[in-house]
Design a binder for this molecule. Structure first.
Ligand code: PHE
Length: 439
């Protein structure tokens, strides 16, 4: 079967769509505000450059070189080396299981975005388990519709329109939030910026490091099989290093603009900073505090609707990528059609999603397991494969776009060194400090 090939713009939009998601708008602002402000952002950028970018490149290289799904890609590249082939098979299972687990709870939060969007349009509904379940199903249904359209006609077309739109919407909301007049809370929007970005290096502990790394992996969709899968759809002529760098840049930019949209509004209109700090789970900031803020904001009805609509887009382009990983795998490795595999995944993740709606503790447990442990392990597996196991010539050939777009040698050698040494050692060090911290 002919594989789809994404256009250069399309591959950027599709991968940025996967990266920019609830992690940017829902988790990042809260994490920055409570973990040391600009100090956290600096730590985050450091992790992105020395650990995440090399791992992203490794995953894209594995995907594009093999032209196969995430379950089989490393196995294809390790043919004729039985031990490596077997280990690759185990990682392949991980690359398929992780996005399924992620989607199982991500669809619940996606459902919340649908719920609050409907509320912001004036639909009378109470936040209970029934409406939660219904909204989760609606959100998964939308995801399934996009994925059944296929990689080019479904996902690429959707992302090409939605990502630029999302960017414009988030900027409009940030401008509104930053220009809010003081409303007698004793704080202004500028205090919000100060609260969020003020560097506090004393907050940087082993725990913060793990949190920053987990957030960076989650936000860049590393270790989830998504980059391997999308890598297999990238045009051989495109420059993978530039693709990975542009995506990491867009992802951070979105997260910072989202922070400027969320925190200053809370400061100008609520009793902040207590309102921010009282949100001991990050989702409360967006789903409890912000609706109150929009209710008293000038033009809050419109801005609230735009905000929750942006959240739906951000969440959908991410959930679509999570579903695409097992769908590509199933359609390539079985005789099932794309439509059938999408239906199967809809049923499987829908059932798991309902469980997460009914038992929120399950949601938190899967989130922690995936973001803090499984995704870093899966990502490092890919880096180890690309750096140590894959033929060096293949690796450089991919970075040079198969000779069509040569990179300066200094760059490619640096990237390979980071992949071989810094990335695995960095992750191990963070794990170790975390484990020691627990003892
Ligand atoms: N990066 C997405 C976000 O920030 C989440 C995601 C993780 C998407 C893994 C795909 C795979 O919300």
């Amino acid at each position: 079967m002919e594989r789809d090939i994404l256009s250069r713009f399309g591959s950027l939009m599709v991968i940025a769509g996967s990266a920019v998601g609830l992690g940017n708008i829902w988790r990042f602002p809260y994490m920055v505000a409570t973990n040391g402000g600009a100090a956290f952002i600096l730590l985050y950028i450091f992790f992105v450059i020395v650990i995440c970018l090399p791992v992203m490149v490794s995953e894209l290289v594995i995907g594009r070189r093999s032209s196969r799904n995430a379950g089989k890609a490393m196995m294809v590249l390790s043919k004729g080396r039985p031990r490596l082939h077997r280990t690759s098979g185990i990682f392949g299972i991980l690359y398929i299981a992780i996005p399924v687990m992620l989607l199982s709870y991500y669809c619940v939060i996606g459902g919340d975005t649908v719920f609050w969007f409907l509320r912001s349009l004036g639909v009378e509904a109470t936040a209970d388990k029934i409406s939660g379940t219904l909204c989760t199903i609606v959100f998964l249904g939308l995801t399934a519709v996009v994925v059944s359209g296929g990689v080019k006609a479904g996902i690429e077309r959707f992302s090409n329109i939605m990502m630029p739109l999302l960017f414009v919407l988030v900027i409009i909301i940030a401008v509104r939030s930053l220009t809010l007049p003081a409303a007698g809370t004793g704080y202004t929007a500028a205090d919000g910026i100060n609260f969020m970005f003020r560097p506090d290096f004393s907050k940087i502990t082993a725990k913060t490091c793990l949190a920053a790394l987990g957030q960076a992996f989650f936000s860049l969709s590393i270790g989830s099989g998504v980059l391997i899968t999308y890598g297999s759809y990238i045009n051989p002529k495109d420059n993978l290093l530039r693709t990975a760098g542009s995506i990491a840049f867009c992802d951070l930019l979105f997260a910072i603009i989202a922070g400027c949209a969320v925190i200053p509004a809370v400061f100008a209109l609520e009793a902040a900073p207590q309102a921010v700090l009282a949100c001991n789970t990050d989702s409360r900031l967006v789903f409890n505090t912000l609706p109150e803020v929009f209710a008293i904001m000038p033009m809050g009805g419109l801005i609230g609707a735009l905000f929750f609509f942006s959240l739906i887009i951000a969440a959908l382009t991410s959930s679509v990528s999570m579903m695409e990983v097992p769908v590509t795998w199933l359609t390539e490795e079985s005789r099932l059609s794309r439509k059938t595999t999408v239906k199967l995944l809809f049923l499987l993740t829908g059932a798991a999603g309902i469980l997460c709606t009914l038992k929120p503790a399950v949601l938190g447990a899967i989130d922690g397991l995936c973001a803090n442990w499984l995704m870093p392990v899966a990502g490092i597996g890919a880096a180890f494969f690309a750096g140590w196991m894959m033929k060096k010539a293949y690796f450089y050939d991919e970075l040079d776009s198969r000779g069509l777009n040569r990179m300066p040698q200094g760059w490619t050698v640096t990237v390979r060194t980071l992949i071989r040494y810094t990335a695995p050692v960095g992750v191990l060090a963070v794990f170790l400090t975390q484990i020691l911290d627990l003892v």
